[in-house]
Design a protein around this ligand. Sequence first.
Ligand code: LIP
Length: 277
Amino acid sequence: MDELLIKQLESMALEIALAAGSLLVNERPVHLSVDTKTSETDVVTAMDKAAEAFIVESIKAERPNDVFLGEEGSVNISPNPSNVQWIVDPIDGTVNYLHRHPIWSVSIGVKVDHITQIGVVHAPLLRETYLAVKGQGAFLINETGKQKISISRNTTLGHTLVATGFSYESEKRKKHSKVISEISDKVRDFRRDGSAAIDLCMVGLGRVDAYFETGLHPWDYTAGALFVQEAGGVTGGLAGEPLNDELAIAANPGVFNEFATLIRDNYQKFYLSLRFK
Ligand code: LIP
């Protein structure tokens, strides 16, 4: 892999995520306009759109031929598209942002030739940034500097602290609640923080041991999934599949297999429509 290119993409992703974070904190209007998307609870604010436009313009200014996949619909029609794709969620945890709840993030994943090389998740109100560079590790950046981090060492399913999230679709939410109820006596406890990108990074940091959710999109998980892998963790989906929109599972290597089997078995039970190999 071209080290100079990776270095450039890493510093661009970091710089632009931090600048977008400042915009979202400092330029939030008193009266924030809100629209809905797939359901009454699936909201998008004017700041989601403003932050995504800022991120895309900032990237295009330096790399005009790169390709985009943005939650708010950004694409880049370049006559000769490059082999670099930016997967952008300007606010992961929009409902939290709307409610002035601190758990939200700017998530930027960068793929080169379809492989994720860089993942940046910036959580301005937590004063933390989570950086992963493929083959180079996962890092926590905060006021005390940049530290290389590693995942938790827990190997007992019953001691596993699980992060999870609910879809905006009410039918899926009901099924998810059944899965949670079914596994609730087999794990330590649950955390529902409201940002998949942050949830995945909390697995990488060892602040939780496992995470699962269904119905996500690449902009929710691309950066966070690399962070888990570079921290020494494991990610996956349905049996034999990578972590994807249908099912996202991440955990430390000590509990992944047992945890993934538990989740897959219960999805079979409650999500019968799901394709199962
Ligand atoms: C959110 C995810 C969260 C999930 C929400 C939503 P958004 O992304 O981060 O984990 O539970 O349903 O998908 O919409 O805030 O970018």
